[in-house]
Ligand binder design. Structure first.
Ligand SMILES: NC(=O)c1ccc[n+]([C@@H]2O[C@H](COP(=O)([O-])OP(=O)(O)OC[C@H]3O[C@@H](n4cnc5c(N)ncnc54)[C@H](O)[C@@H]3O)[C@@H](O)[C@H]2O)c1
Ligand SMILES: O=c1ccn([C@@H]2O[C@H](COP(=O)(O)OP(=O)(O)O[C@H]3O[C@H](CO)[C@@H](O)[C@H](O)[C@H]3O)[C@@H](O)[C@H]2O)c(=O)[nH]1
Length: 471
């Protein structure tokens, strides 16, 4: 394999994972970030985010990795430069492109003499490839006072990793999508990803290769199609989850069980069993932001996108439904103490962006409840990022349960299955558990003395449960 020189701009979830993965594959990678605190941690071999396997892979790839805040130390030599900075939502739903703009300018000002592929890995609106091209060109010409002639080409290479399994998803992707107009750019990126495409690298022990893993398909497309693939994929997954939540809400009314329904439809190969887990609904840094961006793009072109819009409405309404479940059980929320199990938007991450737990906490607080929360890894992030939110944080789930009126499981951390549930029930003022992810063993919880309320499980099931005396 030919080792290539790579620069990655932005060392967040995507940039760092990409940089570390490419370094592990044997490329020489320089990661650039503007955040000195992140760089200080990275230089000590520490990951600034909680992501299983990331620090281990950083250690294995150490010899091929450098970290800097200087574009000049990364870009001039690079054959490939990734833009992996954030694209958060603006109030109108469209993405804030200020970081992409700054990165593109920084790249243009530091382009070297060799041919370089500038790769958009950030999730960016359709047409951003052309826009980035013009920014890089303008910055180059402004800096050097001469025309830019074929020094670079822009490609789109959307990222599909999931937080919590970012290393696994980067080493063993379902597909790699590359959009480019210039065949030279395609060739460079084919060579860059060749070890991944052919799966010719040794699998790290902590991230074993899936059984029956074959070559990874490389999808080549034009720029606009590659950009649209990313938004369409996230929108489709969001629709799938909102769809099952809508059916779950009906299942509750008609006395059906959503887990049976999901399995029954999912085993149809055309539908598939994955992403049919009903519950609190989706959150995280991408689905909310990217569905909003897709709708904003539609508006720009005079096109309504009612399916994507409905997926969002169902999703955000689902959070309110959890509060309604608690209210139905407790009658009055004012003055009650509610313990949230899980704050992160999904397990195995400390990311709180658009986390359903925070939204639910705010709604409960508005109704006068006292909110407590436990999370195995996200408490520090919560304290740091939301200092004004009146939530009491607990390191110990048993202490969280002490004298609480109800628990609401929001994030399906595996350790919650192993809690001492009889002791939790004993500690509570009333042993009520709303399982917002249908994650716990209902029978075991009933045996432990809980009133158990799931999602998408009809009244028939609920009536099997002994009502708990007011106390
Ligand atoms: N998080 C995910 O799971 C995920 C998955 C796929 C795609 N994406 C997309 O990838 C992009 C990055 O997302 P993320 O979650 O990694 O973001 P992030 O916020 O975790 O990281 C962005 C990083 O870029 C740095 N940065 C900002 N401006 C910079 C500049 N001018 N020069 C250098 N560094 C700069 C920030 O300091 C930060 O460390 C977004 O467009 C997102 O939609 C994210
Ligand atoms: O059946 C399911 C599956 C997921 N979720 C929720 O959906 C959200 C998103 O989960 P997941 O997709 O696993 O995590 P992300 O890290 O947000 O990854 C999504 O967003 C990334 C950013 O664009 C993409 O790269 C990934 O492909 C895409 O899965 C979380 O709140 C989950 O709890 C459900 O409620 N039910």
């Amino acid at each position: 394999m030919k080792s290539m020189k790579v620069a990655v701009i932005g060392t967040g979830y995507v940039g760092l994972t990409t940089g570390v993965t490419l370094a592990y594959l044997g490329h020489q990678v320089t990661c650039v970030d503007v955040d000195p605190a992140k760089l200080a941690l990275l230089r000590q071999g520490k990951a600034p985010i909680y992501e299983p396997g990331l620090e281990e892979l950083m250690e294995l790839a150490r010899a091929n990795l450098r970290y800097t805040d200087q574009y000049a130390e990364a870009v001039p030599e690079a054959e490939v430069v990734f833009i992996a900075v954030g694209t958060p939502s603006l109030p109108d739903g469209s993405p804030d492109l200020q970081y992409v703009r700054a990165a593109a300018r920084g790249i243009g000002e530091h382009l070297g003499n060799g041919f370089c592929v500038v790769v958009n890995k950030s999730t960016v609106p359709i047409g951003s490839g052309n826009w980035v091209e013009s920014l890089v060109r303008e910055a180059y010409e402004g800096r050097y006072g001469r025309k830019c002639r074929g020094q670079f080409a822009v490609a789109s290479n959307p990222e599909f990793l999931r937080e919590g399994s970012a290393i696994h998803d980067s080493l063993y992707p379902d597909r790699i999508v590359v959009g480019a107009e210039d065949p030279k750019a395609l060739e460079v990126l084919y060579n860059l990803y060749r070890p991944l495409i052919e799966q010719s690298f040794p699998a790290p022990t902590f991230a074993p290769r899936p059984e029956r893993m074959e070559a990874v398909p490389l999808i080549t497309a034009d720029l606009a199609s590659a950009e649209l693939i990313k938004y369409a994929a996230n929108a489709f997954l969001s629709v799938k989850i909102s769809f099952i939540n809508e059916i779950a809400n009906l299942a509750e009314r008609v006395g059906a069980d959503i887990s049976q329904v999901a399995r029954g439809i999912g085993l149809d190969n055309r539908i598939g069993t994955r992403f049919l887990q009903a519950g609190v609904g989706w959150g995280g840094s991408c689905f909310g932001k990217d569905t909003a961006a897709l709708i904003a793009t539609g508006q720009e072109y005079g096109l309504a996108m009612p399916i994507v819009q409905a997926a969002r409405e169902v999703n955000y309404r689902q959070r309110e439904r959890m509060v309604e479940k608690l209210q139905r059980e407790l009658k009055i929320l004012k003055g009650r103490t509610i313990g949230l199990l899980g704050l992160a938007f999904k397990p195995n991450t400390d990311d709180l962006r658009d986390a359903p737990a925070l939204d639910i906490a705010r709604r409960l607080i508005e109704r006068g409840a006292w909110v407590r929360a436990h999370d195995p890894v996200a408490l520090d992030n919560a304290r740091r990022s939301y200092p004004d939110l009146p939530i009491t944080y607990y390191e110990d789930p048993l202490a969280l349960a002490e004298e609480a009126d109800a628990l609401l499981l929001v994030t399906e951390w595996s350790q919650y299955r192993k809690l001492d549930w009889p002791a939790m029930a004993q500690a509570m003022r009333r042993p009520l558990l709303v399982d917002g992810r249908n994650f716990l063993d209902r029978r075991a919880l009933l045996q432990a003395g809980f009133r158990y309320v799931g999602v998408g499980v009809g009244e028939q099931e609920a009536s099997e449960v002994q009502p708990v005396a007011e106390g």
